[in-house]
Design a protein around this ligand. Structure first.
Ligand code: AMP
Length: 381
């Protein structure tokens, strides 16, 4: 493992990717007295708005990425699909955490699943498919229902097709729109969980509370912490996340998404080697939030306390809420226990993550009721 040098407040952090994760990371870093540079292809991006310096360049622009690396002390990322050549150029100049090796494993579904299976972690049955014929063969082995996913660039259910009948193979392969896919057995889960865990340079770890995640149209809709599960399942979920973080040798924050089966078993669905949407509630509800934790890990500092201060729920605000005009912020802010986070995106599009709300209450379910009521209030006319 590479031990990052101690990078103390006053030094400069570079972020590859300028979306909302970069923005919240930059806020945490600036609060703690760091300088922040953000590189993103778009001007006035969410992270650029709060960074000290905004670098505007396509991710393929290796020369600019080199100059960016020269200007900072350490590099982290919030966008997983930075080209390997750019990452290699940056990591020749400055430490990158998590390492490009971790990123390479986690941004490719097939590599990720093979890694998980190879280390003995529970995953849904899967097969690589490169043609309709291979898909037919895989369907015969794995059965239906099944889910066909693209091997790369998949997030929020993009590039995902459910297959209920082998006769749908040709259509499903065409819909996926890529030549390399992963066929997965459909998992009849009772709920979805995630554990966001931080791992520091010397291998120490701190896990945030296990969160229950509810999706709508394959996009995260609501996260509730702590998840309403047995202590045994909670302990197992955290143990799984720790073991995965250890096996990956990750330095930084890692999100482990899991399916919870009716019999209590857990299956790992996906990994994200960065702060995660299901950890946004930590900003308001934990002693240390996931962005500060990422900062501490990449700077070689001790990790903070991830303890939950109060049960909490987070609801995403998608661009759909703008369909009838600007949401009525004052209505939602009339809920004094609800916190508003907006990412500074100028254009609201259907399905685009524009912000989120967090509520805290005596129980996670009560917090979920409050946060959903506050979200409904945004569009009440
Ligand atoms: P993913 O992009 O893999 O995280 O998938 C997005 C969402 O689709 C998940 O959070 C689940 O709700 C659903 N999903 C993905 N894979 C499966 C599966 N194998 N079985 C059942 N549901 C799935």
């Amino acid at each position: 493992m590479t031990n990052p040098a101690l990078i103390l407040p006053g030094r400069t952090i570079g972020i590859l990717g300028g979306g909302q994760l970069g923005r919240m990371f930059a806020i945490a870093a600036r609060r703690m007295g760091y300088r922040v540079h953000a590189l993103d292809p778009a001007r006035d991006c969410p992270a650029g708005q709060v960074a000290d310096v905004e670098w505007i360049a396509p991710y393929e622009d290796v020369d600019t990425a080199r100059r960016f690396a020269e200007a900072v002390d350490v590099v982290t990322f919030e966008f997983e699909n930075v080209p390997s050549e750019t990452l290699a150029a940056v990591s020749e100049l400055k430490p990158v955490h998590p390492s490009p090796t971790v990123l390479d494993t986690c941004r490719h579904r097939l590599r990720e699943k093979t890694f998980l299976e190879g280390h003995g972690f529970p995953v849904a049955r899967f097969a690589a498919v490169q043609s309709v014929e291979e898909l037919r063969g895989a369907l015969a082995r794995i059965g239906t229902p099944a889910v066909l996913k693209t091997a790369t660039f998949g997030y929020d259910g993009k590039g995902q097709v459910r297959i209920d009948d082998p006769a749908e193979a040709a259509r499903a392969f065409a819909t996926m729109g890529q030549t390399l896919g992963v066929l997965e057995a459909f998992v009849p889960f009772s709920c979805e969980l995630s554990v966001v865990i931080a791992r520091g340079a010397s291998g120490e770890m701190a896990a945030f509370p296990v969160t229950e995640n509810r999706h709508a149209r394959h996009i995260l809709d609501v996260s509730v912490a702590p998840a309403d599960i047995t202590d045994r399942t909670r302990a197992r979920a955290v143990e799984l996340a720790r073991d995965v973080a250890q096996a990956l040798d990750v330095v930084g924050v890692l999100a482990v998404e899991m399916f919870h089966l009716g019999n209590g078993d857990l299956i790992v669905n996906e990994l994200a080697p960065r702060p995660h949407n299901s950890g946004h509630y930590t900003v308001d509800a934990c002693v240390t939030d996931q962005f500060e934790q990422q900062l501490r890990a990449v700077c070689g500092l001790p990790l903070g306390d991830p303890a939950l201060l109060r049960p909490a729920a987070m609801a995403n605000l998608l661009g759909d809420l703008w369909e009838e005009g600007e949401p009525r912020w004052e209505k939602s802010l009339a809920y004094p226990d609800v916190k508003l986070h907006l990412y500074g995106k100028a254009e609201a599009r259907v399905g685009r993550k524009m912000g989120h709300l967090t509520a805290m209450a005596e129980t996670g379910e009560k917090a979920a009721e409050r946060v959903l009521a506050a979200r409904r209030a945004l569009v009440e006319r």
